[in-house]
Design a protein around this ligand. Structure first.
Ligand code: PLP
Length: 446
């Protein structure tokens, strides 16, 4: 049931105080009236006026088990009572972290053998980038410092990941960014103009080989990429892209870092996208779905080879206050248990497939819908101003806002359309509601 509505004056007072006191990212204070949420249950959220919303974005792409799960609140409370946190993770350890690391390694691809914990995705990306350079440094290959990334990538907002991210807005005004980062063409089949009329994978592989030749394999530490590019608009590469990239990198002693901050822990119907795309990375960065957002936690998974060089000599000189946070790790263990116990991997494929079909059927005839795509519960709708030229729709945010305002369904706009990533517990009725709301807005003039 919805909670009792607060008075409108308290909602207004909150809006005013919010504008006065908080610097929010991305949107300006002056023109944005932010909905203040108070409660969540499964895929529903309620605001201060008691209005219900269907959360089709699963928080920020992470609410695998849905909102308001008592089991996770109970685990957090009891771990906090027992041992909330203590001190440096270099001299000490704790049982939830040890058990979680073991669990992750057992779930991960065969190559993975050790885990480094962080508080979230951006910290994990920084760790992974540093690890890749340090790995080569420890092996006497100090020149291997370059990082290959892709245009339209998103790898968080710290300086390393922010530089690897392939959008100007994360660089402009923040420079100088990290040196020695090169951006390649994203494997985005719908954007055929990127590939000079060639097959998407053939083009990307030839470009990768040329780039390695130009910079020199002896100067490149790693390539980083999201298996499916989230912020770009849930861009799904052709099946042969990752295995072929992997082969080129291995031949050149360049590490592969998969940024699975969004794709891991069931979001696309597998524990890791590495499995889905049949690729074995040296380092996998994860966060978000590891706790379904109930606690800020990240985990960087790595091969024995990488772990061996990091742990040699005096160890890996990079530590955070919150490495291996016991409460976060306990919540993660309970969250993974729910994902397994409720068979949410299979459910992500089943309901995600249902939603993809539904959206494809109901939106296919609309002139502003260029492509509907996705895997599991990671879905994108590419919006265009013109279907023939595939020119992007200028303001997808207006569409996302209207879907929320007029239909109470929360969807996100991406660089070129809408993105959906509901809880893996989504029902078919909820999937129907999402599709109907988007169709209704796209058939009007927004
Ligand atoms: N990498 C990817 C692919 C992401 O989508 C995100 C966040 O959305 C990050 C990294 C950064 O994670 P965080 O926001 O937890 O720092």
């Amino acid at each position: 049931p919805a909670p009792a509505a607060s008075t409108s004056s308290s909602t207004e007072a909150l809006h005013q105080l919010d504008r006065q006191r908080i610097v929010h990212p991305y949107l300006p204070a002056s023109t944005t009236e932010r909905v203040v949420m108070t409660r969540g249950k499964a895929s529903s959220l309620w605001d201060t006026d008691g209005r219900e919303y269907l959360d089709a974005t699963g928080g920020l792409w992470l609410a695998q088990v849905g909102h308001g799960r008592d089991e996770l609140a109970d685990v957090a409370a009891s771990q906090m009572r027992e041992l909330e946190y203590f001190t440096s993770f270099w001299e000490f350890s704790n049982q939830p972290a040890i058990e979680l690391a073991d669990r992750l390694v057992r779930l991960a691809p065969d190559e993975i053998s050790k885990v480094y914990f962080t508080s979230g995705g951006s910290e994990g990306i920084e760790a992974a980038l540093k690890m890749s350079r340090y790995h080569h440094y420890r092996r006497g290959k100090e020149e291997k410092t370059w990082i290959l990334a892709r245009e339209r990538a998103y790898h968080g907002i710290a300086y390393g990941g922010g530089t690897a991210s392939g959008f100007g807005m994360y660089h402009d005004g923040f420079g100088p960014m990290l040196p020695h980062v090169e951006h390649l063409t994203p494997p985005w089949p719908y954007r055929r103009d990127l590939f000079d009329g060639q097959d998407c994978t053939d083009f990307c592989i030839a470009e990768l080989e040329r780039t390695i030749e130009r910079i020199g394999a002896d100067n490149i530490a790693a390539m980083i990429g999201e298996p499916i590019m989230g912020v770009a608009g849930m861009v799904v590469p052709p099946d042969d892209y990752w295995p072929r990239v992997r082969e080129v990198l291995r031949r050149n002693d360049i590490l592969l870092i998969l940024d699975e901050v969004v794709t891991a822990y069931g979001r696309i119907g597998s524990w890791f996208a590495a499995e889905h795309f049949n690729v074995d990375p040296d380092i996998i960065v994860t966060a978000k779905g590891i706790t379904s957002g109930y606690f800020p936690l990240g985990a960087v998974l790595m091969s024995e080879d990488v772990a061996e060089s990091l742990e040699a000599d005096s160890g890996f000189p990079m530590g955070y206050t919150y490495n291996g946070h016991p409460t976060g790790c306990a919540v993660a263990l309970a969250n993974l248990h729910i994902i397994e116990h409720e068979r949410l991997l299979a459910r992500a494929s089943e309901i995600g497939g249902y939603l993809l079909d539904k959206l494809s059927d109901e939106l296919a005839d609309l002139p502003r819908v260029g492509e509907v795509r996705g895997v599991g519960m990671m879905l994108g709708i590419e919006l265009v101003a013109d279907r023939d030229s595939r020119e992007p729709l200028p303001n997808p945010q207006a569409v996302a806002d209207a879907v929320r305002r007029e239909h109470g369904v929360i969807v996100r706009d991406s660089a070129q359309g809408l993105v959906l990533s509901p809880a893996l517990t989504l029902t078919r009725d909820e999937a129907d509601r999402i599709s109907a709301a988007i169709r209704a807005v796209l058939t009007t003039t927004h």
